[in-house]
Design a protein around this ligand. Sequence first.
Ligand code: PEP
Ligand code: MG
Length: 567
Amino acid sequence: MIGIGVVPGMAKAKTYLLDEDAFLDEKKIVDDPETEYQRFLAAKEVCAAQLEEIMKAMPETMAADSREIFDYQLLLLEDTGFLGMIRTAVENDHTNCEYAVTIAAQKYITLFENMDNDYLKQRTIDMVDISRRLNAILTGREQKTLSGIMEDSIVAAEDLTPSQTAGINRDRVKGILLERGGSSSHSVIIARAMDIPCIVGITRLLDQAVHGETVIMNGTTGEVTPNPTPEQIREYEVYAAKAELEKQQLDQYRKCKTETLDGAKLQVYANITSETDVTALLENGGEGVGLFRTEFLYMAGETLPSEELQYKVYSSIAKKLEGKPLIIRTLDAGGDKNIASLGIEKEENPFLGYRAIRYCLDHPELFKMQIAAVLRAGAWGNTAFMLPMIATIDEVRRTRAMAEEVQAELASKGIPHTATIRMGMMVETPAAAFDAERFAREVDFFSIGTNDLTQYLFAADRMNQRVTGLNSYFQPTLLRAIKHICQCGKQNGIEVDICGQAGEIPSLVPIWVAIGIDNLSVSIPSIPRVRKIIRETRKSDAEAVLEKVLELDTAQEVERFLGQQFR
Ligand code: PEP
Ligand code: MG
């Protein structure tokens, strides 16, 4: 099998097939319906206890919102309609309770799916979860949830939802194989942050993968080898030993300064999706948070996070960072980040649609809540906020006006907050790149979102594996655009960062140094490697390479040339 390697690294483990058709539909007739129903009630108790256990084990900051998912599942478990259907099927039709649970759940799912309300439609997944859990308990078979994985595994699934990914057992999940997804889909972004090798776009994966079968995967080449031969296992072991050695060698780059051989200084920041990432960020020597993708806070729960919850999370991170910068990106909803509780209608072209700043400016109540939380957290540390998907100057000005309004409101209520509004923008639309000179006069810093900038520049969907070639960070057009953006920023005296994935591509790091980028915000596991490259780079040499690269015509030429220069 082959797909697209999106998080590098190899892994060898048993396949854990996360199939979505775990419903039991085998009907059996039972002799003693009363005992059978008691069996169901006992399973229901176990199920409730398991859900309580999961809630208890949740990290504190996620708990408030994610807990609601499980609270809701507990409610479903006591739903009189659901219980009534099961009881009737068992007592009147002498049906076995596994079958009764399946049929009752399916009726509910059909009901939810036909609802007009997006929020209720999203309840389908909870019913699927509950019926799976109940049936797993009833049959005593292993339940296929990611949090429950107890042995080293490579997960094979169609795709992963954020809540599934959040529940991953990092110690046990050694790799991820997905039928769908692109290199910058959010399931992949999380896998990268967890340093779990990942391959996407494997055609007919679910038909081919066998639960329990040993596989070797290579997240760099995209190759998946089921039932490896002794020779292939030896190759893997050589790789694993080398990877371990490299990791040890990189250790020294966790704590040292980020400086080139000729004294140019940069900072290596990290991209985070939750407060729990901060410990790993500090351990790896991150010099700040260059991008907090706050939409994950909104995705975690069934309801929108309140100002208080957001304030708690942002201020807690700011305190942990002890003065290091914390750049909080305002809600970047839309695209592949569907947030059920916002109720945004399904769109033909979600990446070109009602997303990010467009949605926020249309919903000032929601936007102001987030801005207030950021400004309040600013009283505890070095915070800034950053706007996603900016395409017009007007969007920047409207947001600044709103922030000033929020600041005045906080002041009038005597609520502590930061006195300075530090507001940056993502440069990720061609409009912002083209007119960077004008935008630079409006904001306090730029952060280049290469994931989106590349997809929009080349009109190539970042989720579509067929256009991966166009979506290459080695495209000379992209490099020229980034150089232009950086120059415009510098001319106006503002910092220019990169927070898209291109920031951590090893052979491009010297190019960012040469272009004059101030800060690279990368995935947490990449921090030491990126710092090592910077420390081994001489800026003046990199500038000479850059000059040649900017003259090249194709992505292949650039990749080849850089490969030769920076081995
Ligand atoms: C980007 O677009 O490069 C980026 C960093 O943001 P996201 O991947 O969340 O869209
Ligand atoms: Mg983006």
